[in-house]
Write a protein that binds this ligand. Structure first.
Ligand code: NAP
Length: 284
């Protein structure tokens, strides 16, 4: 039996592997990757590297073994994820894994915004598979916002989120939660809403960025149409711009990105990392 992480060479996957290696012997961990060259360092440290692409069901057949505990990290190719995730779930079922843990999206059980759709279908496929599962419904990463600090300092913070609050969480906090769910019992057939303890508005985000940098950064709330124009002018493809507008208008502005379950801090056994701390780290 191994603890198996798909998407292990991604940013979240690497943090999960690091957390696992601090808790369990390397020989009990496996990384499913599509490019083994990116996982050479993991192999050197004793992690078993299994090569499979979410697009290749035949490869996925060899990615899992009976009694493995598997973390399916949702794919990054939006629009292709239903067949990809379905292939992983089918392979996990065929192998007879002990439990499938999945990184979903905050509020997935409720009506929401378009980015949720693939997660909803995936969650249903997991339920239909009959596998024992754990659903980690992850909030937006704080880094989604702090990675934009250079742009925000130049142009200000823009969006269509109104006064909607964002209960973001750092990737690291979400990785710690995943490690806990993977290595402890008691999380069978559970769904967790993993948001940060303190949600913030984009105006509050801009104020915090002003405070930490000594620069004046404001939040400009645009209509969805105007925000889409800004995003396209910044070089984003139309479909990506439309998706980001939808996240704000249909999601954040309607309070769907806030979360108040306390599941994240309960799972990780400490308060979640506040925005101010994550921002200071990004600025350092
Ligand atoms: P990331 O760094 O882009 O990692 C995505 C991982 O998925 C990578 O390891 C990638 O492999 C792997 N992958 C993608 N397509 C694959 C395929 N066809 N076959 C096999 N592996 C494939 O993203 P992250 O930051 O770790 O986040 C993890 C996931 O969370 C994302 O994939 C996305 O579904 C979701 N997400 C969440 C948020 C949020 O705010 N909560 C934001 C962005 C994304 P390679 O290393 O070979 O590229």
């Amino acid at each position: 039996m191994s603890i198996v992480i798909t998407g292990a060479t991604g940013k979240l996957g690497r943090l999960v592997i690091e957390g696992l290696l601090a808790r369990v012997p390397a020989g009990q961990t496996a990384a499913v990757v599509r490019d083994p060259a990116k996982a050479a360092d993991l192999a050197e440290r004793g992690v078993e590297v299994r090569v499979a692409d979410y697009n290749a069901p035949a490869m996925l057949k060899d990615a899992f073994r009976a009694d493995d505990v598997v973390l399916l990290i949702s794919g990054s190719e939006v629009g292709q994820r239903i067949p990809q995730h379905t292939a992983v779930i089918d392979a996990a079922k065929e192998a007879g894994v002990a439990r499938l843990v999945y990184t979903s999206i905050l509020g997935c059980a409720d009506a929401g915004f378009a980015l949720m759709d693939e997660h909803k279908v995936t969650e249903q496929a997991i339920l239909d598979s009959g596998l024992t599962y754990t659903l980690l419904r992850n909030a937006f990463y704080t880094e989604v916002y702090t990675d934009q600090i250079p742009v925000q300092l130049e142009h200000g913070v823009v969006g269509s989120a109104g006064k909607g609050r964002i209960g973001s969480a750092t990737r690291n906090d979400l990785a710690v939660a995943a490690v806990v769910a993977l290595t402890q019992s008691g999380h069978e057939n559970a769904a967790y809403e993993l948001s940060g303890d303190e949600a913030w508005t984009l105006a509050e985000y801009a104020a915090e960025l002003s405070r930490q940098t000594g620069r004046t950064v404001t939040y400009t709330d645009l209509t969805g149409d105007d925000y889409k124009v800004v995003l396209e002018r910044a070089g984003l493809p139309a479909a990506v711009a439309a998706m980001l507008v939808d996240v704000d208008v249909a999601g954040v502005a309607r309070g769907l990105a806030e979360g108040d379950s306390g599941d994240l801090s309960r799972l990780i056994g400490r308060p979640s990392t506040p925005l101010a701390t994550a921002m200071a780290t990004a600025l350092a």
